[in-house]
Ligand binder design. Structure first.
Ligand SMILES: *Cc1c(COP(=O)(O)O)cnc(C)c1O
Length: 227
């Protein structure tokens, strides 16, 4: 069943990409495995999934220890508390959810100390919802040069989570706004900043995110079922 779900999501990503003249290979599926037991993650892995997203540090650390396949890429997609940075080590190929300059500074300092460089995305609260993590678009623009100065991280792109809405079409405006924000920031040509990645789209709205330029979609429920 997981294999069928995975095939179906991959198919929908391909369809949405082709519909808008994009190469399906330009979109990576991050299989969100939060709250999912390791057996099911392994089942998805054996069905071809190679990239998994976790949102809680402790849970992620124990799963990455347990499922020790070296062709798996683990991504961190949840809110990261500063006191947990030390647990990340180099477990995660990408942190999608850097939501403030002060967090980025702490991650960078830690990584410099370890002689590592961490790839990150900057989370933008593009809808302006009060309860959401993420920088405002104006904070992002103002602070981007400072992010570019940090030696222990590499900023690779932007991430957003639109407001929950049963009608996926309502997410489109936020996805296109994030893409436009990216294009605007990219045109500023800031040293140390290359915003090639756009992480947006979840179970409910990932085909629309792909139509709007997502390079990373984060999909859990459509693959593993309801958590
Ligand atoms: C849980 C989660 C997802 C996946 O959500 P689904 O609706 O299950 O696909 C994606 N991104 C983030 C940040 C999440 O926390």
């Amino acid at each position: 069943m997981i294999a069928d779900n995975l095939a179906s999501v991959t198919h929908h990503i391909g369809e949405a990409a082709r519909k808008t003249g994009r190469n399906p290979d330009s979109v990576r599926l991050i299989v969100v495995s939060k709250q999912v037991p390791s057996e099911k993650i392994i089942e998805a892995y054996q069905a071809g999934a190679k990239c998994f997203g976790e949102n809680k540090v402790q849970e992620a650390v124990s799963k990455t220890d347990e499922i020790n396949a070296n062709d798996i890429s683990w991504h961190f997609i949840g809110h990261l508390q500063k006191n947990k940075i030390k647990f990340l080590d180099s477990r995660f190929d990408l942190i999608h959810s850097v939501d403030s300059l002060s967090l980025a500074e702490k991650i960078s300092a830690y990584c410099e100390d370890q002689n590592q460089k961490q790839d990150v995305l900057l989370q933008v609260n593009i809808s302006g919802e009060e309860a959401k993590f993420g920088m405002t678009p104006s904070e992002l623009e103002e602070q981007l040069p400072s992010f570019g100065q940090l030696k222990g991280i590499r900023v690779q792109g932007l991430m957003t989570i639109p407001p929950q809405d049963p009608d996926a079409e309502n997410s489109r405006q936020y996805f296109s706004a994030l893409r436009e924000m990216r294009d605007k920031c990219q045109a500023m040509n800031i040293e140390g900043i290359d915003l090639k990645e756009l992480s947006m789209g979840m179970t409910n709205d990932y085909p629309i995110a792909v139509e709007e330029g997502a390079t990373l979609v984060r999909v859990g429920t459509a693959i593993f079922g309801q958590r």
